[in-house]
Design a protein around this ligand. Structure first.
Ligand code: HPA
Length: 270
């Protein structure tokens, strides 16, 4: 699957990206910063699944961002859309095989940590995957990465420190914490959120983890950033709605954009 996609892309664009960015909810607008762009809709790339989520257009954008050669994923494919996990992670495999050294993964998440509030930004220090789904299940591509992947540095410590420094410079109160993946599409129950908190999660969400596992497997450094759009179920009495999540991400996107922009400027993708 990866080879066909790579062949198609290489025929269309002569470009070796150094940095990949996955633009989740709250960063859709971010793509406007990218200069000299080439857009490739996912629906045109062999093997790719087009995103079915409203507000996630689903395309690769190649271009220049603050002097860096960037490949952005505008919108992503989620497991809950019903695609096999291989298709969910295919874009990240392709990004890695096109040569990115670093990947910035962004998402919207629910705050499990009771000190978090909607609008907070969180750098992901680690994740929990209790879904039973792992994109590395199946034959291992030994030329890409090891069968049994060490996950002690799945989120690059240096990149986390860089994000914290940048946030400090911008006077952003950047939280840090553990992201726990739930497949969705239903939001978590209050009991599931209590469980998440008990096992050490600070935020819950429906993406990111499969992408991070695959990027790390292929030796790409990962920085994960979450926009906390809501209190997770049960933290307050408020029911959850997708509309509220979208609204909250719109409100906080200015700060989120500023943080990611500055990180891109100072990150050394070598
Ligand atoms: N749970 C799961 N995914 C989410 C949430 C949440 O509370 N908020 C935004 N994405």
């Amino acid at each position: 699957m990866t080879q066909e996609a790579l062949k198609y892309i290489k025929e269309k664009v002569d470009f070796q990206p150094e940095l990949g960015i996955i633009l989740g909810s709250g960063l859709g607008d971010f793509a406007k910063n990218i200069q000299d762009t080439i857009h490739l809709p996912f629906k045109d790339i062999p093997g790719f699944a087009g995103s079915t989520v409203k507000g996630h257009t689903g395309e690769f954008i190649f271009g220049d961002l603050f002097g860096k050669k960037v490949l952005a994923m505008n919108g992503r494919v989620h497991y809950y859309e019903g695609h096999p996990i291989e298709q969910v992670v295919l874009p990240v495999k392709v990004m890695a095989d096109l040569g990115i050294k670093d990947l910035i993964v962004t998402n919207a998440a629910g705050g499990v940590n009771e000190s978090f509030n909607p609008g907070d930004l969180m750098v992901i220090t680690d994740h929990i995957n209790f879904t039973g789904v792992n994109p590395l299940i199946g034959p291992n591509c030994d030329d890409k990465g090891p069968r049994f992947l060490d996950m002690s540095q799945a989120y690059c410590k240096k990149s986390i420190d860089l994000a914290k420094e940048v946030a400090k410079d911008l006077s952003i109160d950047l939280k840090e914490g553990v992201y726990m993946w739930f497949t969705g599409p239903s939001y978590e129950t209050a009991a599931e959120v209590r469980l998440a908190r008990t096992v050490g999660a600070d935020a819950v969400g429906m993406s990111t983890v499969p992408e991070v596992i695959v990027a790390h497997h292929r030796g790409v450094r990962v920085l994960g950033l979450s926009l906390i759009t809501n209190h997770a179920t049960g933290v307050t009495d408020e029911p959850l709605s997708h509309e509220d999540v979208v609204l909250a991400s719109k409100k906080a996107e200015g700060e989120f954009k500023a943080l990611v922009e500055k990180i891109v400027q100072v990150m050394e993708c070598i």
